[in-house]
Unconditional design. Structure first.
Length: 202
């Protein structure tokens, strides 16, 4: 689409992608991450609000193509025991989801609510990485909703609201799906309000 920035559909993982104009991210010298950024698997991530469009929300206002969302959620033993379901809502346009490196589902149709079962074997007590690959083929993109229905992790004894601050990286970076026991606690600590006050009564 003329006048929009196309995010590459495939990119070498060793190349960090710096995206300007994200929320809460001051301009810095080229190649130097700002205080609001993190580098993971050689990729620069910026904060983004979920649910929401990605334009001006971690990515440029004219972004199209592929980007990855990374979120960390802390689970207790009761959460892990019975397995969970990711009620992700809608991606614009195509979406795939991973939990701790396990691919749990994909939906290609725009506007279709995403709901994926997460096997107990993919979960762990403590920090768990949820990674979402979104491909936008034109127009507005991202993880918009639907409005009034936040993304959730739900189970027999679990209901966790996943809305809040996530991380986003432009380009196709499958290594972001894999957990990192060193980096994930740091990402979790920077993801307020997703970390506190997000567990609902069930």
């Amino acid at each position: 689409m003329r006048g929009r920035t196309t995010i590459p559909g495939a990119m070498a993982l060793a190349a960090a992608v710096a995206v300007s104009g994200g929320i809460g991210a001051p301009q810095e010298d080229a190649g130097r991450p700002s205080a609001a950024e993190r580098t993971l698997a050689g990729v620069t991530l910026r904060p983004t609000t979920v649910p929401g469009r990605w334009e001006g929300n971690g990515l440029p206002a004219d972004a199209d193509g592929v980007a990855w969302y990374v979120g960390i959620v802390e689970l207790a033993a009761d959460d892990v025991a019975g397995g969970l379901r990711l009620d992700a809502g809608g991606f614009d346009d195509r979406g795939e989801a991973w939990v701790n490196g396990t691919r749990i589902g994909a939906t290609a149709e725009y506007g279709v609510p995403r709901s994926y079962e997460v096997p107990a074997g993919a979960l762990r007590v403590g920090a768990n990485r949820v990674a979402i690959r979104v491909e936008d083929v034109g127009g507005a993109g991202g993880w918009p909703g639907p409005a009034g229905r936040p993304p959730m992790l739900v189970g027999p004894r679990t209901a966790i609201d996943l809305s809040g601050t996530w991380w986003i990286a432009a380009g196709d970076h499958p290594d972001l799906a894999r957990p990192d026991r060193v980096m994930d606690p740091d990402l979790l600590a920077s993801m307020q309000p997703m970390r506190d006050g997000a567990r609902l009564d069930v």
